[in-house]
Design a protein around this ligand. Structure first.
Ligand SMILES: CC(C)(COP(=O)(O)OP(=O)(O)OC[C@H]1O[C@@H](n2cnc3c(N)ncnc32)[C@H](O)[C@@H]1OP(=O)(O)O)[C@@H](O)C(=O)NCCC(=O)NCCS
Length: 158
């Protein structure tokens, strides 16, 4: 059962498509060490990519989270996902992941993949809870020398 505070929080928030006006805010959010760091121009370019989808969560009238994924050769590839620090552990990451999975199911896509820093425990916990499994490691993949893990998730197509 949903509690009253959670219901109030849900009423104050909405998930919607990113627009060019959100690019500066998304760029500021992406300046997090766990995220792929993109500037505002990178977000505006993504908005023009036909196979890209960019979603934001607005809470209390401002954007506090976003996700970007691509459909590539019948797979959904999560490129970036960030929730502002003060809004974490409130289910917003899960809400954006639900959008990704809703899209996969509605389009009949059964394979999803992503890359994540090997030391990013919160993100790994989130992805594992959706059924992603580690299938590869790219040593020293990030500029700071950290390894990347490659994760995939197979849906049964039902
Ligand atoms: C990873 C991230 C998007 C999660 O967003 P969030 O809104 O806090 O996640 P949710 O509240 O929806 O949590 C969903 C699940 O993720 C896992 N999780 C999230 N934060 C966690 C943490 N700090 N430690 C352990 N597990 C965590 C849990 O399984 C959690 O479920 P639970 O709350 O029922 O235990 C957020 O921490 C973030 O923006 N991090 C910085 C950017 C980043 O690393 N992005 C991923 C790049 S690949």
């Amino acid at each position: 059962m949903t509690s009253a505070p959670e219901e109030r929080a849900a009423r104050r928030s909405q998930t919607r498509k990113m627009t060019a006006d959100d690019a500066e805010t998304a760029a500021a959010l992406s300046n997090d060490e766990g995220a792929a760091t993109w500037d505002a121009l990178a977000f505006r370019r993504e908005l023009d990519v036909p196979h890209a989808r960019l979603e934001v969560v607005e809470q209390d009238g401002r954007v506090v989270a976003f996700a970007v994924w691509w459909e590539v050769e019948g797979e959904l590839d999560l490129l970036n996902l960030v929730v502002e620090g003060a809004y974490r552990r409130r289910g917003l990451g899960r809400r954006l992941m639900d959008c990704l999975f809703d899209e996969a199911r509605s389009r009949g896509i059964t394979r999803l993949q992503l890359e994540v820093r090997a030391q990013n425990a919160p993100a790994l916990a989130l992805y594992r809870s959706y059924g992603y499994e580690v299938v590869g490691r790219r040593p020293g993949y990030y500029a700071d020398g950290q390894d990347a893990l490659l994760l995939t998730c197979e849906l049964d197509g039902r």
